[in-house]
Design a protein around this ligand. Structure first.
Ligand SMILES: Cc1cc2nc3c(=O)[nH]c(=O)nc-3n(C[C@H](O)[C@H](O)[C@H](O)COP(=O)(O)OP(=O)(O)OC[C@H]3O[C@@H](n4cnc5c(N)ncnc54)[C@H](O)[C@@H]3O)c2cc1C
Length: 403
């Protein structure tokens, strides 16, 4: 039986059970150690990765031929919600951003040589990567304004520009860089994606950017200063940078949404557990009506967000780009997560803002996603523009017609 939005196949159930067991046995008890990112954390992470590799739970987003699990998109979506319950877990399964999205576009658009050199070690977890698109000088929400230029000189691309928020750039082996290659083409055909090894002369980490006050957040500013790479480092066809980005961002947003849902569900569990165990004013917090309202509202919102996300995943699985559905879930799910985590923090009182519980890190992550990968407002714009287009043409937009 294949998965549908409301029915989960036996195979998916089995895979989700494995992930749940793994999370309970290895991730939750070691979460604080793994989050530190020091030598001990790296050693432990390697051990956890080895367990998943041995058990065939490695790179669930990739096809078998590319070194992954080769499972349907929906199965991965369900698993990813459980993996996403902890911010440190995706790495243990070899499916962390931005490597997962980069691996997907290398698989879809890379040449054999690029796959051999970059994709293989990336999927194997031997190297890391970053995705270098957003720039300090122009609006990232409207990427047609990006300024980084790549000019062809003989057999080389010469790249000049400044990027920031290239997550994971410190320690990455290569960056996939969005560059303007065809300034005279129509706006959506001006850009191309180019692979830049980070040891290329002229690739300079210019500034560490502290995100939420964290010095080692690893979203630095990068100067591309006369960076020269062979023309064979072009990823996909010239001028197709945005189309490739869309291929990356579409499924990538479902991944983000599933992981964010995982955060919401975990916050919900923590909120309810605290509500039944903490007493104030003569009884458990769970007996107070305000808390009961928060529990009921959160449960409904999480399930609505889950169903919308699975519907979008199902549409992608059927070969549709699901542009409207993806934008709908991108802003809806992160706002649900922010709201549920916020309420969970409140129910925990002072404990909620400490590192004794993971809620503060979860909140920062969910709040950031209201901006990263396209701000809420832009996704609302995408949805409403498409809907309005229909009504202008005298048609309607009605999900009841199962479009
Ligand atoms: C932690 C983190 C990690 C990131 N990782 C990466 C990465 O790995 N690679 C990468 O390339 N980028 C990355 N980004 C960048 C991210 O994708 C951009 O921040 C995002 O696209 C928004 O661009 P901007 O910051 O330039 O905001 P701007 O484009 O300047 O927008 C600012 C605000 O303007 C408002 N706005 C914009 N357009 C509209 C509109 N049409 N209607 C109404 N309001 C609007 C929104 O409120 C928006 O938040 C990351 C960002 C963060 C915070």
């Amino acid at each position: 039986m294949p998965d549908t939005v409301l029915q989960i196949s036996d195979e998916t159930k089995e895979r989700c059970e494995y992930v749940k067991r793994f999370m309970e046995e290895y991730i939750y008890p070691n979460e604080n150690v793994l989050a530190r990112g020091d030598e001990r954390a790296e050693q432990l992470m390697k051990e956890l990765q080895a367990i998943n590799k041995k058990n065939g739970y490695w790179a669930p987003h990739m096809p078998k031929e590319a070194g992954g699990m080769g499972i349907p998109f929906l199965t991965y979506a369900y698993m990813n919600e459980i993996i996403g319950r902890s911010l440190v877990a995706p790495r243990a399964f070899g499916s962390q951003a931005p490597d997962s999205g980069n691996a997907e576009i290398l698989w879809l658009f890379g040449t054999e040589e690029q796959k051999e050199r970059w994709l293989k070690p990336l999927v194997a977890g031997e190297i890391r990567s970053c995705y270098s698109m957003t720039e300090p000088a122009v609006s990232g929400a409207d990427p047609t304004n990006l300024q980084t230029r790549a000019v062809r000189e003989g057999d080389e691309w010469v790249i000049n520009g400044r990027k920031w928020f290239s997550s994971g750039a410190i320690g990455a082996a290569f960056a996939i860089v969005m560059c303007m290659t065809d300034p005279d083409a129509p706006p959506h055909k001006r850009f191309s994606q180019i692979i830049v090894p980070t040891d290329t002369p002229g690739f300079k980490i210019e500034r560490i950017i502290e995100v939420w006050g964290e010095h080692d957040a690893n979203h630095p500013q990068i100067l591309y200063d006369n960076v020269r790479v062979p023309v064979t480092n072009l990823l996909g066809p010239q001028g197709e940078g945005f189309r490739i980005a869309q291929k990356r961002l579409g499924p990538g947003r479902i991944h983000h949404c599933m992981r964010t849902l995982g955060l919401a569900q975990r916050a919900f569990d923590l909120m309810c557990q605290r509500a039944v165990s903490r007493e104030a004013f003569g009884g458990p917090l769970a007996d107070k009506q305000t808390i009961q309202n928060w529990i009921a509202d959160s449960l409904v919102n999480i399930q609505a967000a889950r169903l919308l996300t699975m519907q979008a995943a199902q549409k992608i699985d059927s070969g549709d780009e699901a542009r409207v559905e993806i934008s709908m879930i991108k802003f809806f799910v992160v706002n649900v997560a922010c709201d549920v985590i916020d309420k969970a923090i409140q129910v925990h009182g002072a404990l909620g803002v400490t590192t004794d519980v993971p809620l503060q890190a979860m909140y920062k992550s969910a709040r950031t996603l209201r901006i990263a990968d396209g701000p809420d407002e832009v996704h609302r714009m995408v949805v409403s523009r498409r809907v309005i287009r229909k009504y202008r043409a005298g048609e309607t937009w009605d999900f009841q017609t199962f479009e």
